[in-house]
Design a protein around this ligand. Structure first.
Ligand SMILES: Nc1nc2c(c(=O)[nH]1)N[C@H]1C(S)=C(S)[C@@H](COP(=O)(O)OP(=O)(O)OC[C@H]3O[C@@H](n4cnc5c(=O)[nH]c(N)nc54)[C@H](O)[C@@H]3O)O[C@H]1N2
Ligand SMILES: Nc1nc2c(c(=O)[nH]1)N[C@H]1C(S)=C(S)[C@@H](COP(=O)(O)OP(=O)(O)OC[C@H]3O[C@@H](n4cnc5c(=O)[nH]c(N)nc54)[C@H](O)[C@@H]3O)O[C@H]1N2
Ligand SMILES: [Mo]
Length: 770
């Protein structure tokens, strides 16, 4: 049998910190400890003045968009002192650090030395301060001029047998301006190989919502959330990953909303919240958020939703017209009869078994929804990263359609986005499967014929590099190696390339696992001041609710040798395409207003872009589902029929979900504590149910190895500490990215090709070597 083990620099070193401390999970999120934690992270990275200057600008109407999550800012009043959260402060501290990596750092530290560090240690080194180059066979990165760097990349790109042998990845922090230019360059160069982090994130939401509602984005505004009667939150941990959402939930509660949370873990922020930005919060008056917590089994959501639908149907049949919104269903939907026929066949007990929720609690959830008409459903990675993710999200839509809860105030879909501009990057055309409409528009505006063949998404890009079908890998941000599944396979894929290039703010493991040659191009982050031709520039971003806003950094960049992402793309395009190009790249570098003028010509919804985006608070993009129109193949909102499947497990097998701790942003590890879950100073942990620990002959604090076996390949990660936790039996949790080596490349969601990072089947073995 093939074996993929992890004693390889593509992984975090397999050792413990030796300082682990466990306490009871917290019952209340935020409050004063959150404020203290923000201050600690800021002061660790920079002096007080730089720190305050940065924080006072976060998410202000004339400031910069928080480099953390994509949660929207209030349209009206923003807290004058700080419209940010603890984890936003950590994101700013991490980015705006005054530590920098110059030539002497790279001369002193070999690539192998750096790869032997943990992700936490690598990230704390500081900002990359000038372009660096790793020659074939070299052990150290060395300085390179920008011109030489662009020449080397251009040469390699132009030497490929076909443009389809190059891959251009994007992470989700890239601004609209940079993203638009990047996809334009890539398409003029000749390929649609534009994988992005969305492929691993909300792709399943995009596919499900496009099929059912005709738009791959959520439909609600922040105001809808405030006005909802019921909010269901599935597979999301807002207390950690979208802390400002708690303020919106608190406001909704004050207006009378009921909140139902569906999660295998009793996540702290979902249960109770102390708002540190209000007087009540400071005086410790907590807001109780969740009214009903359903501790579902991993991937039990579809069964739960169908069980609720069955109870609603039974009541509707007893009292016709009291539960379902027939007016809405008749005029706006398609597939109702088939869907109801399917629900009628369902067995409540079987569904309850499949999701692990008692009949009593399912009944409570159904009665909370029964006579309500304004429902918002929020979800994130707990729904999207499963084999049946697309169908599960369609099941969420089914429920909203039955209740007429779409296209009206206080109701709708709320897939809560991850990276701060991941939604905007898609709007700008970062997509391996571009629409014909976009390509035709590019052709008519620029006069070149963009390639029509669809490109590689993230999983297919890894396969192509693994199989030597691609030779140049270029990343606009992100940490491809550590964020993707099957780390050992991805590492080999990157090593197969002739050249790997990373446009980055901070050092990460993707710089250390590289192609035959490698280049790091250092760039501005959100908080950096961007001057071009003596004029201060701003960029724009789209948040989770489709609001376009400007973002203007105000901190002096750590080094004079950084270039902005838009300028990097323009200079790369000039170096690569030369006279072949029909695009005036010089013009775009002079002032970003010129980029926005052309975005307006190509992308729908951006009319008067330069004027409207200068209005404080920006503007909303059109959203057909919000307006109650459904641009689907049927012209209506579509019900979907799907069958529940239950993961079969042998006696010694478990389901494992890979989740985020409170001290990380994806692969950037801010610190080693997961404060809300009561786990301190150690990330190599596996959360298990106490009965499972006992049945497996283990004890808390035992050291175990985790093994996945998929399609005849064994994947192993060593040395994880067993932690007893409130989680359903047969369900376990580890942190991303330490456990990514266990996620099989071929284990993906149907239709969206998203890796199934929330359900990996594992075995747990006691470690032999301690
Ligand atoms: N501070 C901080 N903020 C972030 C990020 C970060 O890393 N740190 N990442 C950003 C990004 S890119 C994203 S996509 C979002 C991620 O935001 P989340 O989706 O909240 O992140 P995860 O930690 O992956 O958490 C998934 C949640 O789903 C639950 N879950 C897992 N499997 C299931 C399941 O089968 N069913 C149900 N109902 N629940 C399940 C887990 O217990 C966990 O609470 O956050 C964004 N914001
Ligand atoms: N097992 C498992 N795997 C997962 C997930 C999971 O839940 N479980 N979640 C998935 C999800 S939801 C996502 S979104 C992906 C994330 O995948 P990525 O977006 O690729 O990863 P990040 O860790 O967010 O990238 C961090 C790096 O981005 C660079 N960076 C930061 N800011 C900027 C900037 O402004 N410009 C540029 N050019 N670079 C910048 C820094 O160098 C930093 O090291 O991971 C996915 N992988
Ligand atoms: Mo994400």
């Amino acid at each position: 049998m093939n074996q993929h083990t992890t004693t390889d620099p593509s992984q975090n070193p397999e050792h413990f910190t030796g300082h682990v401390r466990l306490s009871k999970p917290k019952t209340i999120a935020a409050g004063i400890p959150a404020v203290l934690s923000s201050a600690k992270h800021i002061l660790h990275e920079m002096d007080v003045i730089r720190g305050m200057k940065a924080l006072l600008q976060v998410n202000q109407k004339h400031g910069f968009d928080c480099p953390g999550c994509a949660w929207p800012d209030p349209d009206d009043d923003r807290s004058a002192i700080a419209e940010y959260c603890e984890n936003g402060a950590k994101a700013v501290a991490e980015e705006a650090t005054s530590k920098k990596l110059d030539a002497s750092f790279f001369a002193k530290n070999s690539v192998a030395d750096l790869a032997a560090l943990t992700d936490y240690e690598i990230g704390k080194k500081g900002r990359v301060a000038q372009p660096v180059y790793l020659a074939p066979g070299a052990t150290h990165y060395q300085p390179i001029s920008w011109d030489d760097a662009f020449q080397k990349i251009a040469q390699q790109l132009n030497a490929l047998a076909s443009p389809d042998e190059a891959i251009f990845y994007t992470s989700g922090r890239t601004s609209n301006e940079a993203a638009f230019l990047y996809q334009l360059f890539v398409r003029e160069y000749g390929t649609n190989n534009l994988p992005d982090c969305s492929n691993m994130c909300h792709e399943s939401s995009g596919v499900a919502l496009s099929d059912t509602l005709g738009i791959g984005k959520g439909s609600v505004t922040l105001d809808d959330l405030h006005k909802a009667e019921v909010i269901i939150i599935l597979g999301q941990n807002p207390g950690t990953n979208h802390p400002r959402m708690l303020t919106a939930l608190q406001k909704a509660k004050a207006n009378g909303a009921t909140i139902i949370s569906v999660n295998p873990l009793p996540e702290t922020g979902l249960l109770n919240f102390l708002n540190p930005q209000t007087v009540k919060g400071i005086f410790h008056i907590k807001a109780h958020l969740t009214d009903l917590f359903l501790q579902v089994k991993i991937n039990g959501d579809m069964a739960l939703l169908q069980a609720i639908a069955l109870l609603l149907l039974e009541e509707e049949e007893r009292h016709p017209g009291t539960v379902f919104d027939h007016g809405f269903i008749n005029s706006n939907t398609s597939g109702y009869a088939e869907y109801i026929e399917h629900v009628r066949q369902l067995q409540l007990e079987t569904l309850a078994d499949a999701c692990g929720i008692s009949l009593e609690q399912i009944g409570q959830a159904a009665s909370m929804l029964m006579h309500k008409k304004k429902i918002v459903a929020c979800w994130a990675m707990g729904l999207t990263q499963h084999k049946n993710a697309v169908d599960t999200i369609k099941e969420v839509v089914n429920l909203l359609l039955l209740k007429g809860s779409i296209g009206k105030e206080g109701a709708g879909t709320c897939p809560v986005r991850g990276h701060s501009n991941v939604q905007g990057d898609r709007t700008m055309g970062i997509y391996e499967k571009p629409s014909e409409a976009l390509l035709n528009k590019i052709q008519s505006v620029y006069g070149f014929n963009p390639p029509r063949k669809h490109g590689y998404d993230t999983v297919d890009a890894i396969r192509a590099m693994r199989d030597n079908k691609a030779g140049v890998f270029f990343a606009m941000g992100g940490n491809f190696l550590s964020a993707t599944p099957d780390t050992v396979v991805t590492a080999q894929a990157l090593r197969n390339c002739a050249l790997t290039v990373q446009v980055s703010t901070k050092l990460n493991r993707s710089h250390l696992i590289h192609g035959r040659e490698a280049i790091i191009l250092p760039t501005f982050g959100r908080s950096d001041m961007d001057m071009q031709q003596g004029q201060k520039q701003f960029v724009t971003c789209e948040n989770s609710m489709g609001v376009i806003q400007m973002s203007k950094g105000n901190l002096p960049p750590v080094s004079p040798h950084l270039l902005s992402e838009p300028v990097i793309v323009c200079r790369l395009a000039i170096a690569t395409l030369g006279n072949r190009s029909k695009v005036n790249w010089q013009h775009y570098m002079q002032h970003y207003d010129y980029i926005r003028e052309d975005i307006e010509k190509v992308i729908p919804g951006f009319n008067n872009y330069n004027t409207r985006v200068r209005h404080p608070g920006g503007f909303y993009l059109p959203n057909n589902a919000r307006e109650g129109r459904f641009n689907t193949t049927t012209g209506k909102a579509n019900f979907n029929v799907a069958r529940v499947t239950v993961q079969q497990l042998a006696a010694d097998e478990y389901m494992m979900m890979t989740i985020r701790s409170h001290d990380q942003f994806n692969t950037t590890i801010y610190g080693l504590d997961d404060r809300y879950r009561g786990i301190y100073q150690e990330r190599r942990v596996i959360l298990m149910n106490s009965r499972d620990i006992q049945a497996a002959g283990l004890k808390p604090n035992d050291v175990v190895d985790l093994v996945n076996n998929f399609e005849g390949v064994e994947r192993i990660v060593h040395k994880f500490l067993v932690v007893e936790y409130s989680i359903p039996e047969k369900c376990t949790a580890t942190y991303f990215p330490e456990a990514n080596a266990l996620v099989p490349l071929n284990s993906v969601a149907d239709k969206s090709n998203t890796p199934t990072s929330k359900l990996v089947v594992i075995k747990i073995r006691k470690s032999l070597e301690l």
